[in-house]
Design a protein. Structure first.
Length: 139
């Protein structure tokens, strides 16, 4: 994947936008999830070859997205960011039911959450969009 194709993906993300709140994993936890998934080859979808272009990781409410790249940004941010879907809402006290009940559409890795809340405040309202057109071609 060339830099030009990645830039095009960031400039023209798909139009299916979902808006809601973001929360965050504890520092280092999301990175551990990603490492474990690669070590065990435990992905719902194999990440595309250019997954390293992602600037962070996210857990969404849709487990079918795990391994795919999505666009996300704080509401009103001028730039969309490419994130690797590393996990999804599961069972437990802070799982899928909690996310849906609180309109939490994504849990971010701690570094991305900290970066975005430093600029856009808390609570953090975000928008997410589905796979890039390049992800769709690679599956």
């Amino acid at each position: 994947m060339t830099v030009a194709l990645i830039a095009m993906a960031l400039l023209s993300p798909p139009s299916d936008t979902t808006t809601g709140w973001a929360s965050a994993y504890a520092p280092g936890v999301m990175e551990g999830v990603v490492d474990y998934r690669f070590e065990q080859n435990w992905w719902r979808n194999s990440p595309p070859d250019y997954w390293r272009a992602a600037v962070g990781y996210v857990a969404t409410t849709d487990c079918a997205q795990v391994g795919r790249l999505i666009h996300a940004r704080p509401v009103d941010a001028p730039v969309w960011s490419l994130l690797l879907v590393a996990d999804c809402g599961g069972r437990g006290e802070y799982g899928l039911d909690w996310m849906l009940r609180n309109n939490i559409i994504a849990e971010l890795d701690a570094a991305t959450f900290d970066r975005w809340t430093a600029s856009y405040g808390r609570p953090l309202k975000i928008e997410i969009r589905g796979e890039t057109q390049y992800d769709q071609l690679s599956h």
